[in-house]
Design a protein around this ligand. Sequence first.
Ligand SMILES: [Cu+2]
Length: 172
Amino acid sequence: MTTRAARRAQERALATGEIPAAKPRRAAKPAAGTKPSKLRVAAFLAIAAIVIGGGVYLAGSVFMGQRDKTTVAGAIAVGISMDGFNPSTLDAKPGQTLTLDWWNQDAAMHLTNGVHTLVSDKLNVRLELPAQSRKTVTLTAPMTPGDYDFWCDSCCGGKDNPKMHGTLHVEA
Ligand SMILES: [Cu+2]
């Protein structure tokens, strides 16, 4: 009885181009069906963003990981991170100008003003290196042999942090 009544209602609906019997259900169903699909799209986009972002991050890490091998002729690759300069000791002859292929893989959010720095009064330098970048810089050794201190003053306690120091060793 119910089936026949329903079919008759449906036939009537088809005949008039309307769907009165099914209307309340149909109105509810597509709404219920649309919401999860929107969620699914959102979830897909979120996952895609994570996957792509992760891929970019990993690719960046790999790329950054190769930065200890410089492609700049005659340069010394010098990394800077929360652990300090790497290498932390540079050797030079008196008056020699060193070319540094300086690289920084830290994210800006971890760095004061988004940079690491290389600072020294005696070497008369104040260099800045933005987050996740590399830059070719020069450091000129004084004529007087000795060990010259330089440091980063934009993170991790700066000059007060022994880790954030490097030494320019000028040979006698
Ligand atoms: Cu720093």
